[in-house]
Design a protein around this ligand. Structure first.
Ligand code: AGP
Length: 609
């Protein structure tokens, strides 16, 4: 939540920071702002709403400098307004700060700064940091920030500049991501990799408690105890083109179409179907370790949680390990029974989701083995877990997750098969067969994506509906949940996902003629059961949109609309059946004129509780 970018060097810092913020707008878009030092004065520009408003503002009121910090906001404290927009300054307009996170003791700190109270201009938790730094500032910004942070409780990634020190950016992180990009006679900071990809591939990921002093030629990092640290520089190989729309109308559509490639990338080098071999080398668990796992907890949020629900079926059926799946924000406040024989798998596209990170820390504190399925290299979760399996999806910019979901499913599927192979819980021939089924999925999704306009025709028939139901069973029940989540977050239409067999225990009362029901009815062991559920819904007047396997000749007699997908084995079917649901939500949202890539109230990376 919230994106930060900073630049110091010889180039036009305003242009670089604005360009970087554009890449981070998915992190929040309630307001945006920028601050520069020019002629020993601070200049800030702030605008409510999307970044384009700030860009317009700067066109009308130009500023320029070789040093700048910028911010795109997802509001926590204080509604979206110009006064609450970052950057925030102290009372004398000497110190300016941008911040991502929550300062939990901001009210106490504000009270301690009583003499300045009347000078506070915003309702944010952030502004107090600017006043605090000013209090400690004695011609050494690094020192003033260090002293101030000792008094701060909460989470932060922040950047500070000062009118009297136009050659320095100070930044710090605690429970919120911050990256330093290393250039030639220039350096950068950002909340996330895409903001920097056009400028440098060499990046340092700050650790919790780190504070850094950045000039154009030098970076000094000290840890929470004040000791200087040489943090590793990583080379990031993501292609900057991935962060562009490449001719697609929206990032989300582009990311849906990327899925054949991103699944292939996640499998490449790990899966050899002809030999029935799997190599997940990042996981350093021995055969003995895997045999010793008594149970698995899979913990995640949102779409990643839905991938976790699917993985329960992989781990139980392939590896024969009892598996629980939990929402991270629930798991962390329960008292889950965890011990050193429990494997806790956290799933996170961003690797920064606050609740998932807290769940991981809880698991580690109970001596569990921990494993993350993660998309972002160097993210907090990927660094703190014992083992990490990366989904090689590249940057996902659309706030609604699509390619990350199918990448997670692919990674979890091979992980479960790898465990099965090491535990010998499945015959070798079965492992080979399952690998082959997964291997064929990218081509099948590619085939399906040739005819997506059919889905738009259906979308146009239903885009004025107020409520939708999504039904699925067994391995496709989580897909129904995911389809409903996509529709509600993108189009603001109320949608619920249910296990189809649960309908008659209550939700069936919702059904009437006005209710479209999307049913995942691909070939499976529970196909006959789901047909019965369709009949029950139709008997109450519902209109059915079925997702069915291409060989199904019967379903068109039972459903008003059918979206056919290539036939797959049941275990890999979620990777296929979710794609039409992503597209249905996409087209309905486009037809309604909603903001597909940046739906209201959301942010891509949820780094606050
Ligand atoms: C779904 O479209 C959302 N982007 C959201 O539910 C997301 O999956 C959730 O916030 C978890 O994010 P993560 O995978 O980065 O941890």
């Amino acid at each position: 939540m919230c994106g930060i970018v900073g630049y110091i060097g010889k180039k036009d810092a305003v242009e670089i920071v604005l360009k970087g913020l554009r890449k981070l707008e998915y992190r929040g878009y309630d307001s945006a702002g920028i601050a520069v030092v020019c002629d020993n004065l601070l200049h800030t520009r702030r605008s409510v709403g999307k970044l384009c408003n700030l860009t317009e503002n700067i066109k009308k009121n130009p500023i320029s400098s070789n040093i700048a910090i910028g911010h795109t906001r997802w509001a926590t404290h204080g509604k979206p307004s110009e006064n609450n927009a970052h950057p925030h300054t102290d009372a004398t307009n000497s110190i300016v700060i941008v911040h991502n996170g929550i300062i939990e003791n901001y009210a106490d700190l504000k009270n301690q700064l009583k003499e300045n109270l009347k000078e506070f201009k915003s309702q944010t938790d952030t502004e107090v940091i600017a006043h605090l730094i000013k209090k400690y500032y004695k011609n050494d910004l690094f020192d003033a920030v260090k002293r101030s942070l000792r008094e701060i409780k909460g989470s932060y990634a922040l950047a500070v500049i000062c009118k009297d020190d136009p050659d320095t950016i100070i930044c710090a992180r605690q429970d919120a991501p911050l990256i330093i990009g290393i250039g030639q006679e220039e350096n950068f900071i950002a909340s996330d990799i895409p903001a920097l990809l056009s400028y440098t591939k060499n990046m340092t990921f700050l650790e919790d408690g780190d504070i850094a002093k950045i000039t154009k030629d030098k970076i000094i990092v000290v840890d929470k105890d004040g000791n200087e640290q040489n943090r590793q520089v990583k080379t990031i190989h993501w292609d900057p083109i991935l962060a562009e729309k490449a001719g697609y109308k929206h990032f989300m559509l582009k990311e849906i179409f990327e899925q054949p490639r991103t699944i292939e990338d996640t499998l490449r080098g790990r899966v050899y179907p002809n030999e029935g071999k799997i190599y997940v080398e990042e996981v350093k668990l021995s055969k003995e370790d895997i045999k010793n796992i008594s149970n698995i907890y899979v913990v995640a949020c949102g779409t990643s949680y839905h991938a976790g629900l699917v993985s329960k079926i992989f781990f139980e059926n392939f590896a024969k390990i009892s598996t629980e799946v939990d929402i991270a924000s629930e798991f962390r406040y329960r008292s889950p029974i965890l011990n050193e024989k429990t494997l806790v798998i956290v799933i996170s596209q961003s690797g920064e989701t606050a609740d998932t990170l807290a769940a991981l820390r809880l698991a580690k504190s109970k001596n569990c083995q921990t494993l993350a399925v993660c998309n972002v290299v160097g993210s907090s979760i990927s660094r703190e877990t014992n083992h990490v399996v990366y989904t090689h999806c590249g940057v996902e910019i659309g706030v609604a997750s699509t390619k990350a979901f199918t990448g997670q499913l692919a990674a979890l599927y091979i992980l479960a098969l790898d465990f099965a192979s090491k535990k010998e819980s499945l015959p070798k021939e079965d492992i080979k067969k399952y690998l082959q089924e997964l291997w064929e999925i990218p081509v099948k999704i590619g085939e399906f994506l040739k005819n997506v306009l059919e889905i738009n025709k259906i979308a146009k028939l239903f885009d004025r509906k107020k409520d939708f139901l999504y039904l699925g069973r067994h391995i496709n029940y989580p897909v129904a949940l995911e389809g409903a989540l996509k529709l509600k977050e993108l189009s603001y239409i109320h949608a619920e996902g249910y296990a189809a067999g649960e309908m008659k225990h209550g939700p069936i009362a919702l059904i009437d003629e006005a209710m479209p029901i999307v049913v995942v009815a691909t070939d499976s062991t529970v196909y006959a059961k789901i047909i019965s559920n369709i009949e029950e819904a139709k008997a109450r007047g519902a209109t059915i949109i079925a997702i069915a396997s291409s060989n199904n000749n019967e379903i068109s007699t039972k459903s008003e609309h059918v979206i056919y997908v290539p036939k797959t084995d049941e275990f890999v079917s979620p990777l296929m059946s979710v794609v039409p649901l992503q597209l249905l939500a996409y087209y309905i949202s486009v037809n309604l004129g909603c903001d597909v890539d940046q739906p209201r109230n959301l942010a891509k990376s949820v780094t606050v509780e």
